[in-house]
Design a protein. Structure first.
Length: 417
């Protein structure tokens, strides 16, 4: 159970978190075993580790996680430092263990890890997990209290459950490439968004599983897939299509039905305005010096602006091009409309609000990133580093109760590295 005494049968104890959280980490004491690859599964472990869980990440003996040697993505070529960042962005705060769980010598090590774990996380396919002896039935036979979490691609069951899936094809299957495109040509937003969303939802499923275990005393199987996660995120778009036989309007800055629900170019960038209620238009007009338009019957009301959008749009656009984003942002903030600068991704690490909330921080390795997916009682995330390949193997084995001689035997047998 979370927070239980982690003494093993030989008297060893689990090492505390590398970063001192002063007992404030919400998942402190929760022990997680992660058997995953690429992005989706590691993000689930990352989210739990960032909240204080003790995550042991298993990599294959003789074959490090592929993300340690990733050379390029979305047109960016990574140097050595870039590859370090890529791996750390998915695997910080975890202990790195190199273990062959399928070998005769390695299976007892894996078993002992599972015996002491609260959670098992994986994004491997069901058939592969069965071959490794890491399927739900086998692991629950070892530890009936285990929360077993699996992330999938097209689905956890059904005709596509065993098909290979990755972020790109996951977005294609779930309609995300269609719903995010400004045209009939599919759009693929960069950055492994589907994998990151799905991994975060996996972590949420784990939290629900832990709550259920707290009530029942029994472990359970939880999980999600890229399709499930993306349908959830697109619930309004999918709902309109499924229930009304219609499609939400594609977003084009110069083509929205409501010209006060879009983005406009300013002299040095773009600003986003979202007005959905009638009183917002007069307030916007007065805030930016266009109150004379209220005397024009074409633009005298919010409804009139929408009916005459094509005439309104060029007038409004030309006016906003006359000043900076900062100028209009300050003018509009008190108008009652929703308004924001349109930040470029390179702006975010310097955004005053983001920094004030510690949504992006600089870790001890010099990398910048988000420390936690959400706050719990003000806790803002564990901020440790990523382990080197096999860095914590000996340490974890010792904590599991293996002697020095036994560890040497495991290395000779090729079960660990």
């Amino acid at each position: 159970m979370p927070g239980r005494d982690s003494l093993d049968e030989r008297g060893g104890t689990c090492k505390p978190l590398a970063v001192n959280t002063n007992g404030e980490a919400p998942l402190e004491g929760v022990k997680v075993v992660e058997l995953s690859m690429y992005v989706q599964g590691p993000v689930a472990g990352l989210a739990l580790a960032s909240l204080g869980a003790e995550v042991v990440k298993i990599e294959q003996v003789g074959r490090a996680d592929l993300m340690r040697s990733f050379r390029s993505a979305f047109g960016v070529t990574f140097d050595d430092r870039g590859r370090e960042w890529m791996y750390a962005s998915l695997n910080r705060n975890k202990r790195a263990v190199a273990l062959d769980i399928a070998s005769e010598a390695g299976r007892p090590v894996f078993r002992r890890l599972i015996e002491q774990a609260d959670v098992f996380i994986t994004n491997l396919r069901e058939s592969g997990l069965a071959r490794y002896g890491a399927d739900p039935e086998t692991l629950h036979g070892i530890n009936p209290q285990l929360i077993y979490c699996r992330g999938a691609g097209f689905g956890l069951r059904g005709p596509l459950a065993e098909d290979l899936c990755q972020d790109t094809v996951g977005m294609a299957h779930a309609g995300f490439m269609d719903s995010t495109s400004p045209s009939e040509t599919p759009n693929y937003p960069p950055g492994s968004m589907s994998d990151i969303l799905t991994g975060t939802n996996m972590a949420s499923a784990v939290l629900a599983g832990l709550v259920k275990r707290g009530r029942t005393g029994r472990g359970c199987v939880v999980g999600t897939s890229q399709t499930e996660a993306l349908l959830w995120m697109q619930s309004q778009a999918v709902g309109v299509a499924a229930n009304m036989g219609q499609k939400l309007e594609r977003f084009r800055p110069d083509g929205t039905t409501n010209p006060l629900f879009t983005v406009y170019e300013c002299s040095d960038g773009w600003i986003a305005i979202a007005a959905l209620q009638s009183p917002q238009w007069p307030a916007i007009a007065k805030a930016i010096g266009l109150e004379h338009l209220l005397d024009d019957e074409r633009f005298s009301s919010f409804g009139a602006v929408q009916r005459n959008a094509e005439a309104f749009r060029p007038i409004f656009a030309e006016h906003l091009r006359g000043h900076t984003v900062e100028h209009w942002w300050r003018a509009l903030r008190d108008s009652g409309a929703w308004v924001s600068r349109v930040n470029r991704v390179e702006d975010l690490a310097h955004d005053e609000s983001i920094l004030a909330n510690e949504y992006l921080v600089t870790f001890d390795d010099g990398f910048v990133g988000p420390p936690v997916p959400f706050e719990v009682d003000g806790f803002k995330g564990v901020r440790g580093l990523a382990g080197e390949y096999g860095e914590h193997t000996d340490e974890v084995l010792a904590q599991l109760g293996f002697t020095e001689d036994e560890i040497v035997e495991l290395k000779v047998a090729g079960a660990v590295w």
